[in-house]
Design a protein around this ligand. Structure first.
Ligand code: PMP
Length: 350
């Protein structure tokens, strides 16, 4: 029976996260996790923190981690904002830094959280179509807007936009915050963080979920002008004064202190990505050039839906989107060499 609150509940359009199946033994290539796992130093740091004191609140400033991240990216700690995954960082950006009353521009297609945040905050989102080759065209971002956000590399396409084009968007919108969501930048892209001191309207978000293989720890951050960071802190403090829990603060710091592990992990993903790409091209797939830890691909004859179902029957999960323009595509996360072999073999026999 309908209650007085039913219209309100129905008006909330949620983000639907990728499936996290409970069954073991599945080849899980659907949510862009990193198959190589975090640095052992992260586990040690979390253990040490566990033995110490969960009784105490964490540092409300996350000072030590902010210093580590700032040092790593050659910025000041006041330029770093921490959140529970970059999803939370983005939620605060939509709320605090976009000019409500004018449309927020983002590509079509892109990360499906962006329209969800627009809906939750009751702000208008405007989808800007990608080119025929699924690229972002900076010229399309020269229209009135209340802010701009795009992932680089983009998701789910994996296509990367060179920094000179990012700069063109920044220059065309000096009075608007432009957010570059770099969740996947470490797999072959170049970070726009080096541009933050030159463009005060630039905010770059990153995550430890992908290249540092810590999706379960929920750590993300944004880097930008100290005043933009101050705005984000004001909003965050009004919801939850503690950016991260003690385990996340300790584990994330340790992840940044093991550069060798990070480099090895990224190289492993990149070389497997190139191997899977070649193998799929040999099986009559078109594969978009990717600088992410996934590929976006379609078979020249078979539908995306039929392929994803057939793989599922073999215990291999990939992501299929039913949106019109991309319904023939599959987004496939790069797994371990063994998982990727299972995928390639699975597709050979379809
Ligand atoms: N941005 C993009 C483009 C993503 O694909 C994801 C992961 N789903 C995120 C941000 C959020 O990642 P997290 O919250 O794990 O940091």
């Amino acid at each position: 029976m309908s209650k007085f609150w039913s219209p309100l509940v129905n008006s909330l359009v949620p983000y639907v996260p990728g499936e996290q199946p409970k069954m073991a033994n599945l080849v899980k290539l659907n949510t862009n996790e990193n198959p190589f796992g975090p640095s052992p130093k992260v586990i040690e740091a979390i253990q040490a923190e566990l033995n110490d004191s969960l009784r105490l609140y964490p540092d409300p400033e996350g000072e030590s981690l902010r210093q580590t991240i700032a040092g790593y990216h050659s910025v000041m700690p006041e330029q770093v904002f921490l959140g529970n995954g970059s999803d939370e960082v983005l939620a605060h950006i939509f709320y605090a830094l976009f000019q409500h009353g004018q449309p927020i521009l983002f590509p079509d297609v892109t990360y499906s959280f962006y329209p969800v945040y627009c809906g939750l905050y009751n702000i208008e989102g405007k989808k800007v179509p990608l080119t025929d080759s699924f690229e972002i065209n900076p010229e399309d971002y020269k229209q009135p807007n209340g802010g701009i956000i795009f992932p680089n590399p983009n998701a789910p396409t994996g296509r990367y936009l060179g920094l000179e084009h990012v700069e063109a968007i920044l220059k065309a919108n000096p009075e608007r915050v432009v957010v570059v969501d770099e969740a996947y930048v470490d797999f072959g892209g170049e970070s726009a963080i080096k541009l933050v001191d030159q463009y005060s309207n630039l905010l770059v978000s990153q995550t430890l979920s992908k290249a540092r293989s810590l999706a379960g720890l929920r750590v993300g951050f944004a880097i930008g002008h100290p005043e933009l960071i101050e705005a984000l802190n004001r909003v965050k403090n009004s919801f939850n004064s503690y950016p991260l829990d003690r385990l996340a603060l300790a584990g994330a710091k340790a992840a940044y202190e093991d550069e060798a592990w990070f480099q090895k992990s990224c190289k492993g993903v990149i070389s497997e990505r190139e191997r899977v790409t070649k193998a799929l091209e040999g099986l009559n797939f078109e594969v978009l050039p990717s600088k992410a830890n996934f590929i976006f691909t379609r078979h020249r004859e078979k539908t995306g839906e039929s392929l994803s179902k057939a793989l599922r029957e073999q215990g291999i999960i990939v992501r299929h989107f039913s949106k019109p323009r991309i319904s023939d595509f599959l987004r496939i996360t790069i797994g371990t060499p063994e998982q990727n072999d299972a995928l390639i073999t699975g597709l050979k026999f379809l």
